[in-house]
Design a protein around this ligand. Structure first.
Ligand SMILES: Cc1ncc(COP(=O)(O)O)c(C=O)c1O
Length: 384
């Protein structure tokens, strides 16, 4: 669609990093494109450096990394896993697949992260784990959450789909949980179309994690010469990505600093240029608690209500700006009510936020002219 000869500014456009085409060609010429090749190892090392994780297993998606975490927690039917309702379906689905019950907790009205003050009331004698999401890469209140998990002996898993490069009091996101799941989906800061990683911060889980990722076999150990044949040794599935995807990911990770600089420039431009308009119109901008460094994963605004949100998205579309919204609350979703339960007190903040949130276009390569067009489209909207 074009508006007066101008291309619509898409919500997202993938960034092509410097060595991407070269590495893809190299991977295709390797003679083997299956997983755990040279690029898989290279991408794993780069990720380990970025996140501080000791063990990194590339996966076919963040969804699959979360599924692996559910296997590794040995969840049994009826076990409970506490998580926010305001998140993507995969956060819950991964555990429901193992027969566990997602227990949905409301989010904080400022960061939209799980409200740490509500976690304790959701714990029962069936609770096994707490899964957190650092929404927009802004850290959850980790001091309180780790203290609760330690006190009750609960496993902590970070769904760090948004948080690569973010930190809490100087410590990288993805390094707090027993495990953390990363996403390299095409909409993420660093991407390979579809991809992910499981960061394993507990050395005792690594061998089994490799087995689960390799169809329940000890093939990884076989390839390292640690066993003389590989066999079916556990349950598992096929979560190892091709080395071609890892080649693309390697190039993206090598360009991380450049990608981040471009994204931060867009994020800050929105934040500054829209501040007065937001204040005058009762619109909320993202809140960054002290000690949280975010990775400019997304830029959102909270309109006063659903009617304004819908009118705002239409207003932007008429001006050639593609804005989107998410997430539909999990606790009221058809599968959420079937497989999960809602913690005491319900999730009223989640329900409100889901109606009010709008995401603006944000990608590395959105230039100054594009940012100005988005900002101008926003500034001509009057809340009614
Ligand atoms: C919080 C969260 N978790 C998990 C996922 C799933 O990621 P993937 O598409 O890599 O499976 C997403 C996707 O956007 C997400 O936002």
């Amino acid at each position: 669609m074009t508006i007066a000869g101008q291309e619509t500014i898409p919500f997202n456009r993938t960034y092509m990093s410097e060595n991407e085409l070269g590495y893809l060609a190299q991977a295709l010429r390797q003679g083997s494109t299956c997983g755990d090749g040279p690029f898989t190892r290279r991408a794993g090392r780069l990720l380990a450096k970025l996140t501080g994780a000791e063990h990194v297993l590339l996966t076919t998606s963040c969804t699959h990394a979360l599924e692996m975490s559910a296997f590794l927690l040995d969840l049994r039917p009826g076990d409970e896993v506490i998580m926010p309702s305001f998140t993507f379906v995969s956060t819950a689905n991964a555990y429901a697949l193992r027969g566990a019950v997602p227990v949905f907790v409301d989010c904080r009205p400022d960061t939209l992260n799980v409200d740490e003050r509500l976690i304790e009331a959701a714990i029962t004698d069936r609770t096994q784990a707490v899964v957190i999401v650092h929404y927009a890469g802004v850290a959850c209140e980790m001091e309180t959450i780790t203290e609760i998990c330690d006190r009750y002996g609960l496993a902590l898993v970070e769904d760090n789909a948004h948080g690569l490069g973010g930190s809490y009091r100087g410590r990288p996101l993805g390094s707090f949980g027993r495990m953390a799941a990363q996403s390299f989906h095409s909409t993420k800061n660093v991407q390979c179309g579809e991809g992910g990683a499981l960061l394993v911060n507990d050395a005792d889980l690594v061998t089994r994690a490799e087995i689960i990722r390799e169809k329940g076999t000890d093939r990884s150990r076989f390839f390292r010469g640690q066993v003389d044949k590989y066999r079916w040794v556990d349950i598992g599935s096929s979560y190892l990505p091709s080395d071609v995807l890892a080649a693309q990911l390697t190039s993206q990770l090598e360009s991380f600093d450049g990608i981040q600089a471009l994204r931060h420039a867009v994020w800050h431009a929105y934040h500054e240029r829209l501040a007065d308009w937001a204040a005058e119109n009762g619109v909320s901008q993202p809140v960054l608690p002290e000690g949280c460094a975010h990775p400019a994963h997304l830029y959102y605004l909270l309109l006063p209500d659903l009617r304004n949100r819908q009118a705002f998205v239409a207003h932007l579309a008429e001006r050639g700006v593609q804005a989107t919204f998410h997430y539909q609350p999990l606790h009221t979703a058809p599968a959420g009510t079937r497989y999960g339960r809602t913690a005491p007190g319900g999730c009223p903040v989640t329900e409100q936020v889901a109606d009010r949130l709008v995401r603006l276009p944000l990608f590395a390569g959105l230039d100054e002219a594009g940012v100005t067009r988005v900002a101008e489209a926003v500034l001509t909207y009057e809340v009614r």
